[in-house]
Design a protein around this ligand. Structure first.
Ligand code: SF4
Ligand code: SF4
Length: 470
């Protein structure tokens, strides 16, 4: 069990999910804790009542919800959170306990996939979070942590400045010493989580602003380099560019493109996300691209919603819709174009992990698997409970270190049980989260992005280039 305890939790009963929600718990949770005063939501994009009423309380979503799996608590399930949103819409104030249950949602969207009634929980929680961020006073500690996170993560240049000191810290042996002492974990759990997640940094030159297609040009694609991706996984971007070029794409990578706003919008910072979105549209819309390609699942899911994010903006609404129509995950685009570059054998067993924002939020599951199966000698292995989040979820693991570690450990156990040589996924957050959890368990498995595997096959680098990377 996690160390979170607000008195609302009951022991886990995995069979309790389906059926009628426990009414007393629903009533109690909505009103406990000191209310802020006034109704929970104001008139600036409140969660929609019609979406709340789509929920028929069947409970089919419960067992796919990571927080319900951890705690077995109705209020930490999708159904419970939808009920709380309904209470807010009916005039209840935004209580501390309500906010706690909203904050504990990972935004993994497993419930959206599982829901037979098509409830748009994604819209509900996004609108709710924006209201919470504007209207709910946070403690000084919460404010300080969030301020630090949002002053750093959406800024690739600031993240890149960390590379030098971080590399020195990793290579000096200080990291091992700090991990062994357990001091950081005791004094600053959020910082300890960040420290444990940091990947081994590699020096990779940044791709040029334009890379020509190899052979006949089949498409012109703009490419997002991302924040965490460009600072900590530049090798994923390099592999992506090489694969795209080999498949006949001219790749445009304007420098200074900035953040896509995913982290901000997923955490209720809508105005900030809109600023990032406008800037990205300004940067790319006149470059003549056919597609806009993304290799990070969290970024892709928010880029595909720019039309909704900027729907009220008279200057950007149409431009955002045109931009959204061009957005593709790397695997989607490659599947759409069909392969032209020769695949060389990679005799490997691979466990493919669906990043939530690729599988649940974008419905992209078949394409990466088809691309991997197209490599001679490569065998795919299934991971148990694939719908359950690894606990990364943007910055959720930094804000909620203990339950995130618990989810990471469960995922690492399932991954290691496959006995695969290599874990492949398409999100930097998942790569860091699962790698840290595998290390904690004393296990070992090589990790790679889908782009690494395709790149290694196309360039005939052999399996060792992937399994010996770490
Ligand atoms: S988004 Fe994920 S964590 Fe949130 S309610 Fe749905 S399944 Fe649970
Ligand atoms: S969100 Fe969907 S699956 Fe979950 S209780 Fe409501 S109707 Fe059922």
């Amino acid at each position: 069990m996690s160390d979170i305890d607000d008195g609302l939790h009951t022991p886990v009963d995995a069979t309790r999910g389906i059926g009628t929600p426990p009414v007393d718990a629903l009533r109690a949770a909505g009103t406990s804790g000191p209310p802020v005063g006034g109704p929970a939501f104001d008139s600036d994009h409140p969660p929609r009542a019609d979406l709340v009423s789509d929920c028929v309380h069947c409970g089919f979503c419960l067992t796919t919800c990571p927080t319900y799996v951890l705690w077995g608590e109705e209020m930490d399930s999708p159904r419970g959170r939808i009920h709380l949103i309904g209470q807010g819409l009916s005039g209840e104030p935004l209580s501390d306990s309500m906010v706690t249950h909203f904050d504990r949602c990972l935004g993994c969207m497993a419930c959206v996939t599982a829901c037979p009634s098509g409830v748009r929980y994604d819209r509900l929680i996004e609108d709710t979070r924006a209201q919470v961020e504007r209207r709910h006073p946070r403690t000084a500690r919460e404010r300080a942590l969030r301020t630090a996170i949002f002053a750093l993560f959406p800024y690739p240049k600031r993240l890149r400045l960390l590379r030098g000191p971080l590399r020195a810290y990793q290579m000096s042996g200080l990291q091992r010493l700090v991990a062994r002492s357990g001091l950081l974990q005791r004094l600053a759990p959020a910082l300890a989580t960040l420290e444990s997640l940091a990947p081994r940094l590699r020096g990779v030159p940044r791709p040029p602003a334009r890379v020509r297609a190899r052979g006949t040009r089949r498409a012109v694609v703009g490419m997002l380099t991302g924040c965490v991706q460009s600072a900590f996984f530049p090798d994923v971007n390099s592999a992506t560019v090489r694969v795209l070029a080999a498949e006949g794409c001219e790749v445009l990578i304007p420098p200074g493109q900035g953040c896509c706003g995913a982290l901000s919008v997923h955490n209720g910072r809508r105005a900030e996300a809109q600023r990032f979105a406008r800037r990205l549209i300004d940067t790319f819309e006149s470059c003549g691209m056919d597609f806009f390609v993304v290799n990070a699942a969290g970024c892709g899911s928010s880029l595909k919603e720019y039309d909704e994010l900027l729907a009220d903006d008279p200057v950007y609404a149409e431009r955002a819709a045109a931009f959204t129509a061009k957005v593709r995950d790397l695997s989607e685009l490659l599947a759409e174009l069909g392969p032209v570059a020769r695949r060389h054998p990679l005799p490997l067993t691979v466990a493919y992990h669906d990043a939530c924002h690729l599988g649940h939020a974008q419905g992209v599951r078949a394409q990466p698997r088809a691309l991997l199966r197209g490599i001679p000698g490569l065998e795919l292995r299934a991971i148990a409970d694939p719908e359950i989040c690894c606990g990364s979820a943007g910055v959720w693991n930094v804000l909620n270190p203990a339950p995130a570690a618990e989810l990471g450990d469960r995922k690492a156990k399932a991954v290691l049980a496959t006995g695969a040589d290599l874990l492949v996924t398409a999100n930097p957050g998942c790569l860091m989260q699962v790698a840290a959890a595998v290390r904690r368990r004393g296990g070992s498995i090589a990790l790679a992005h889908t782009a690494h595997v395709l790149d290694a096959s196309i360039r005939n680098l052999g399996a060792a280039a992937l399994v010996d990377r770490d």
